[in-house]
Design a protein around this ligand. Structure first.
Ligand code: CUA
Length: 398
């Protein structure tokens, strides 16, 4: 009698702990501000489809889990050994071979899994659907940042190249063609879709559709070396008119610098940085015009070393043409503005000069890299004066 009562109490406590703990865990994890990389907070069509599958599957699995756990706890408590038991007393009757029972516990799980498989396959097929007006963006993983190439008018030519922050139109399907320039990475924006590996020599497609304008965080999820853990990315979804304005701005050359400091920075950029970093139109061989300024091109041109549609093996650093139209840099580790990112074309806050200087003083202080092996940016040993010039120039790139 005492055994049965204690067993029941133990089973009830077990159920309360399971349900309560599970509830608190899920409640905490759906807080997007604390956990931006959260698959339980879908903000896109595909992530919603995954969520709509995962929740019922979780409930079915949870019910099975609770039945099994409660049964186990009840059995442990009911048939546990007591200190005053004599040897051999209270041992349950041993049984062998209950055919109906064995058939039952084989068929029931098989049926449950078969039903779940139907919905699984259906969801997998739906995730690949893309409307005919889908925007195509070529995503390329590099050690340790992400590059995005756009063919906005679908003529087979790249007209926008950017990095770190991918800008997309909200409400429209975006077909990502995911590639890698070196090792295997994995592209993952949990609020919008699942993960997809970026494999060298191979292109993998992933469709994502953001429901609303917003900022969506991501993280490389395949170990890719030194800075894998800080290889972040960000999606900025804009409203349709804002997105059109962004394309217009991105395919128009930035204004030329006006201050003497910024002009000196531009000349320094051509001499020091243009070997790796592209600003459309500028090469290390560029000559200044009669005003002492270097001419930018309106869009990336093959003449400037960018091979359309191929991996940019000769260009191992982010294209900086419209740097200040991004909100973050250095693999999304540093803010470019003092204001937090918002889904507008241009952040209206003050540029974060300190972050830019910190990066130029010693990039490896921010992101571990191995520049001797062409992985990341070397410390160029710039003077404070040179850093001031470069920063004054970089913030003109809008
Ligand atoms: Cu790229 Cu991990």
């Amino acid at each position: 009698m005492r055994n049965k009562r204690n067993a029941t109490i133990a089973a009830i406590v077990g159920v309360i702990v399971c349900i309560g703990g599970g509830y608190l865990l899920l409640r905490g994890m759906t807080n997007a501000e604390i956990f931006p990389l959260n698959t339980l907070n879908p903000r896109g069509r595909q992530s919603q489809e995954i969520h709509d599958l995962a929740v019922p599957v979780f409930i079915v699995a949870g019910i099975v889990f609770i039945i099994i756990e409660v049964g186990l706890i009840w059995l442990f408590a009911r048939f546990r050994r007591h200190s005053d038991d004599e040897d051999g007393v209270d041992e349950p009757v041993q049984q062998h071979g209950k055919t109906p029972l064995e058939i039952g516990w084989t068929i029931v799980p098989a049926l449950i899994l078969a039903v779940l498989a139907v919905f699984n396959v259906q969801t997998i097929l739906e995730l690949d659907d893309a409307s005919s007006d889908a925007l195509t963006v070529t995503v390329e993983g590099q050690q340790w940042w992400w590059q995005y190439q756009y063919d906005t008018n679908s003529d087979g030519k790249t007209d926008i190249i950017t990095a770190t922050q991918m800008v997309i139109p909200a409400g429209r399907d975006v077909k990502l063609r995911i590639q890698s320039n070196d090792v295997i990475h994995s592209f993952w924006i949990p609020a919008l879709n699942g993960k997809k590996d970026a494999v060298p020599g191979h292109t993998q497609d992933l469709v994502m559709t953001a429901n609303e304008p917003g900022i969506y965080e991501g993280q490389c999820t395949e170990f890719c070396g030194l800075s894998h853990g800080v290889m972040r990315m960000q999606v900025k979804a804009l409203s349709a008119p804002d997105y059109e304005e962004w394309i217009e701005r991105m395919t128009t050359a930035p204004e030329q610098p006006e201050t003497e400091l910024a002009k000196a920075g531009q000349a320094l950029f051509v001499g020091q940085c243009a070997r790796c970093h592209q600003i459309n139109g500028i090469t290390p061989e560029s000559e200044p015009n009669s005003d002492g300024l270097y001419e930018y091109a309106d869009e990336p041109l093959e003449d400037y070393g960018i091979e359309v549609g191929s991996t940019l093996t000769n260009k191992t650093a982010p294209n900086l043409t419209h740097l200040m139209l991004r909100d973050t840099f250095a693999a999304n580790l540093l803010d470019l503005y003092q204001d937090v990112p918002t889904p507008v074309v241009e952040n209206e806050g003050e540029p974060n000069i300190n972050n830019l200087k910190r990066w130029l003083r010693n990039p490896e202080d921010v992101k571990p890299m191995d520049p001797d092996n062409n992985q990341g940016m070397p410390n160029l040993g710039l003077s404070e004066e040179q850093i001031d010039q470069l920063v004054a120039f970089l913030i003109t790139l809008k």
